[in-house]
Design a binder for this molecule. Structure first.
Ligand code: EPU
Length: 416
């Protein structure tokens, strides 16, 4: 099994190009099930999660073609309505095929995604939303079975903003009869990207990016070409890596206004940041100042950047309080950071107190989930000695060629 080996101590310098966003690509690819024809995607990242959704769509009968950065799905050949356990268990985002399948075929059977390393992650709001659209839901033998005639538009209120829940319901409601109003929706840039793509296909969606989305149902959607937006979490990960190493890097091909919550905190930590329309320059500044963060739905500080920011705070001057408010178990990386000499205590489950130390020390550590693996890579970049990270398959789910990009910025990093 692959491992990542990093010898710390080098500052990052140079330019890095950002890949397409995993969390935008996955719902967009799932949306291609709604179309009885081809949907073509560009700027698609080369990631394990993209392979997972491809395998799932192919199993449903879709014809897929892929070459570097390009991905094409012909939804005309989709015949099967069952997403099997073996495919869904590899990636929770597989739940995104539920809305499109039941909206197009009136029937879907999708394996219930289990809990995962960062929390229980229920899908109750996806299911109650579909029920509001006239879908009858039953759960048997680990599968969600959804049955309906044509879906019927309705009002749906989410108890809290859910990203894939909003996406699933938005996709389903595009083919419903009548108007749906989704309230307390997630406002992430990936939601806007999905609404823009669906509108290009012929849907009538208004309000994406706000807490109320209105969808006037249409009878069918058409083939289109879609470019995937840049990955704001990959962007953020490079920003924090530059800040932690005291480097000076230019991040190209990104959307700076998608990273406002993080930029605000990095500036407070003393990092110098300048932005243009599609690039961000980060100049690290030592000593790093300690800053408190609380993760929140967009446009708040992203939970997907919490682990990386925690690593930065381990070497800050002072104490930092990190409050994870989205997921109940997203501090597993803290235990690995402790093994590298960090001083972190976790109180009341979701609050971590990080007391800055002078330096981290290299160690053998284990990645527990995607963003935890990124936090350990950043720790390895600043630690004294050679760190070896195992279980990097978590990282390969969501970061395209991260070790190659970091090596080009001057890091001493290799896959072994
Ligand atoms: N929740 C429920 N019931 C539901 C749905 C969600 O209680 O039916 C809860 C969750 O347990 C959580 C909160 O609502 O406490 C928000 O979860 P959300 O549904 O927004 O998360 P998600 O859609 O499953 C997406 C991203 C995650 C990211 C979260 C939060 C994709 C494919 N995944 O997950 O990305 O952390 O939103 O921003 O878009 C990652 O990329 O590493 C990753 C985990």
């Amino acid at each position: 099994m692959d491992k990542i080996q990093i010898t710390g101590g080098r500052q990052l310098h140079g330019k890095v190009n950002i890949s397409g966003a995993k969390n935008a690509a996955l719902p967009l690819i799932a949306a291609s099930i709604l179309v009885n024809g081809k949907t073509c995607f560009t700027n698609v990242p080369d990631l394990m999660d993209i392979t997972s959704i491809r395998l799932l769509l192919e199993d449903l009968g879709a014809t897929c073609k892929a070459s570097k950065g390009y991905f094409e799905v012909d939804g005309a050949s989709v015949k099967k309505i069952e997403a099997e356990y073996d495919l869904v268990r590899k990636m929770r985002a597989s739940i995104l095929v539920l809305g499109p399948l039941v909206a197009r075929f009136g029937h879907a059977k999708v394996s219930m995604p289990g809990g995962c390393a960062i929390g229980a992650r229920p899908v109750n709001m996806h299911l109650s939303g579909l029920e509001a659209l006239g879908v009858s839901i039953s759960i048997e033998h680990g599968y969600i079975e959804a049955k309906a005639g044509r879906l019927i538009g309705n009002e749906i209120y989410f108890d809290m903003p859910t990203v894939t829940g909003t996406e699933n319901l938005m996709m389903a409601a595009t083919l419903a009869k009548g108007t749906s109003i989704l309230r307390n929706t997630a406002r992430e840039p990936e939601i806007i990207a999905l609404a823009d793509a669906l509108n290009k296909m012929g849907a009538k969606i208004n309000g994406a990016g706000t807490a109320i989305i209105t969808i006037e149902g249409v009878k069918k959607l058409s083939s289109v070409d879609i470019k995937i937006i840049p990955d704001r979490i990959e962007t953020g990960t490079f920003m924090v890596a530059a800040a932690a190493t005291g480097g000076d890097i230019l991040i190209k091909g990104c959307e700076p206004h998608h990273s406002g919550g993080l930029i605000n905190k990095l500036k407070a930590a003393g990092t110098i940041i300048t932005t243009s329309t599609d690039s961000i320059r980060i100049v690290g500044n030592k000593p790093i100042k300690s800053v408190d963060i609380k993760t929140l739905p967009y446009p708040g500080f992203p939970t997907d950047m919490q682990a990386q920011f925690m690593t930065l705070m381990t070497i800050a001057n002072g104490n930092s309080m990190i409050h994870e408010s989205i997921f109940e178990n997203r501090f597993v990386h803290a235990n690995e950071l402790l093994r590298m000499g960090a001083d972190i205590s976790i109180s009341s489950g979701n609050i971590a107190m990080v007391r800055g130390v002078k330096r981290l020390q290299a160690a053998q550590v284990m990645a527990s989930d995607l963003r935890a693996s990124a936090s350990l890579v950043i720790a390895g970049l600043v630690a004294e000695g050679t760190t070896v990270i195992s279980r990097v398959y978590h990282m390969d789910r969501g970061y395209e060629a991260i070790e190659k990009k970091l090596a080009l910025l001057g890091a001493d990093i290799e896959r072994i």
